[in-house]
Write a protein of this length. Structure first.
Ligand code: FAD
Ligand code: EGU
Length: 470
């Protein structure tokens, strides 16, 4: 079948966009392209998850924050998704002795949402389908595609193969992208993939007497250096607990009794809440899952194909940003489509130019946080660092913005957030304290007079520095 048009004067009305992958980013992208008036064909290897009973896949719930919400808003989906999300205003840090300490994410309106992955995916697929120009093709697994002709080969559920052509291919087929395989054969294509030594396992904490077993409006965290557990609330009053641990350690726990022993040592407060029997059983239900970080560039191949979401950048989940970044990809692409009048030959290179530095920055940040958390983050250190960050921000709201705040609650470009963070860190350590009258924020390259720190601010810096150096 050839859906493509060769008429260069053709408008979006008759151009066909093939979105490969009907996951979170693919389904959202379908909405974006349909809204612009393109004929959209989504190809997803799985069956329709809206009909399937069991959905296997990664993580049950996710933290949705500002970037993701802004992207949903643009296609009118924000309210639908937010209404089914559970606000998390603070983290709840669980110490080994059972003490719980809340640390707010920010001011009153600054919260993140725990959303159900399957529901989010279903809502986005249904939203895409409301456009008469969108067709969802399930049980279509991309096997290969030709960079010369643009023809894609799909394997259908009945075993038959199907050839399809489109004007634009949007690769949203996840961390192990089949679309990306053809990029690897191109000259000057950069690619790196790193598995971290940790795996993760999901456990369900049931309700107690029909109520949440822990306070619901929190992201619960048990920081234990090498080991870490996180719990996000679900609408059915359960919590999904995610245990992060090196694969070596997973191998050391092979019997039910060893599971209890392990939890007794590191997460004792959760045993009665998950239930010892359920714990012994659920721990072995699925093997620990691997986590991979993938970086590449460019994200496009001529005017024919572009990668978005995990296909372009899989990040380790230690910033809660993978989906948010993927959703922001769609938003940024859409902005560039506006700027460059939907001319793919201009839009695709511009998208790569603008987006690669930001996606690489969030991939690096997530990896950095993984290394930091596993090396020395116990509950005391976590509380201390967040306390210092938040206090500095409270005293000087415009001068010091914590990194997670820029990442989670703003659309400051990821790479700008990193620059700013490096600058703030220098100041915190006292290296820039004597630069009165020079630039306040050194990442602005153009020479301009920025205001200097006031005497009061300088004094506070010094005090903060003393606290940090303890
Ligand atoms: P995917 O969700 O992987 O979707 C890809 C789709 O493509 C799938 O439906 C797949 O079936 C389909 N597909 C694959 N191959 C083919 C093929 N050959 N042909 C056709 N279709 C194909 N992100 C956050 O923002 N917040 C969080 O709190 C968060 N927590 C996480 C926790 C864990 C443990 C993990 C592992 C990740 C977490 N993430 C989080 C990241 C998030 O899960 C991903 O970034 C997000 O799912 C990426 O969406 P995607 O659509 O690009 O890829
Ligand atoms: C991991 C797995 C706390 C969902 C990073 C914070 C995460 C999430 C943090 C998962 C942490 C870590 C941040 C958010 C979020 C924190 C964040 C991590 C959601 C720096 C479903 N992380 N996550 N940072 O600040 O910015 O609370 O599986 F433990 S949300 Cl690792 Cl904000």
């Amino acid at each position: 079948m050839d859906y493509s048009t060769n008429d260069s004067k053709s408008t979006s009305k008759n151009k066909v966009v093939a979105v490969v992958g009907g996951g979170l980013v693919g389904a959202l992208n379908a909405c974006y392209f349909a809204k612009r008036g393109f004929q959209v064909e989504v190809f997803e290897s799985r069956e329709d998850i809206r009909e399937a009973k069991i959905v296997k896949g990664r993580s049950i719930n996710l933290a949705l924050s500002h970037r993701g919400r802004q992207a949903l808003k643009q296609v009118g989906m924000e309210d639908t998704i937010v209404s089914k999300g559970i606000p998390m205003h603070s983290r709840m840090i669980h110490s080994l002795n059972g003490t719980q300490s809340p640390i707010p994410y920010g001011k009153k309106g600054q919260y993140i949402l725990s959303v159900d992955r399957a529901n989010l995916n279903k809502e986005l697929l249904s939203a895409a389908e409301t456009y008469s120009t969108t067709k969802l093709n399930f049980a279509h697994k991309l096997l290969n595609w030709s960079t010369e002709t643009g023809a894609m080969t799909f394997l259908r559920a009945d075993g038959a193969k199907e050839e399809i052509q489109a004007d634009l291919i949007v690769g949203c087929d996840g961390a192990f992208s089949a679309i990306r395989k053809q990029f690897l054969r191109q000259s000057r294509f950069n690619f790196s993939q790193t598995y971290i030594p940790h795996g993760y396992l999901e456990l369900t904490m049931p309700p107690i007497n029909g109520e949440f077993a822990m306070k619901p409006n929190y992201l619960h965290i048990w920081p234990r250096n090498t080991f870490m557990m996180i719990a996000l609330p679900n609408l059915d009053k359960t919590f999904t607990c995610t245990l992060f641990m090196p694969f070596d350690e997973f191998e050391n726990v092979t019997t039910g009794d060893q599971v209890i022993e392990f939890f007794q040592k590191y997460f004792p407060d959760t045993i009665p809440l998950i239930g010892a029997d359920a714990l012994k059983r659920d721990y072995f239900r699925l093997p620990a899952q691997a986590m991979v970080s993938v970086k590449c560039s460019p994200y496009h191949l001529s005017d024919k194909c572009v990668l978005m979401g995990d296909a372009a950048h899989a990040v380790v989940p230690f910033y809660g940003q993978g989906m948010n970044a993927g959703f922001e990809d769609c938003l940024v692409f859409n902005e560039i489509m506006d700027q460059l009048n939907e001319d793919f030959s201009a839009v695709l290179p511009e998208y790569t130019r603008v987006r690669v530095p930001d996606d690489h920055a969030i991939a690096d940040l997530a990896m950095y946080n993984y290394v930091e958390m596993r090396s020395h983050v116990n509950s005391k250190w976590f509380l201390f660092r967040k306390y210092v960050d938040n206090t500095l921000h409270m005293i000087m709201p415009r001068t010091v913005i914590p990194l997670y705040t820029m990442v989670t609650f703003t659309r400051i470009r990821y790479h700008e957030a990193v620059k700013r963070w490096h600058w703030q860190d220098k100041v915190r350590k006292g290296e820039l304290i004597l630069t009165r009258g020079t630039q306040r924020f050194s990442s602005c390259n153009q020479k301009r007079r920025c205001s200097s720190l006031s005497d009061k601010e300088m004094l506070i810096w010094w005090l903060a520095m003393m606290i940090c150096r303890g």
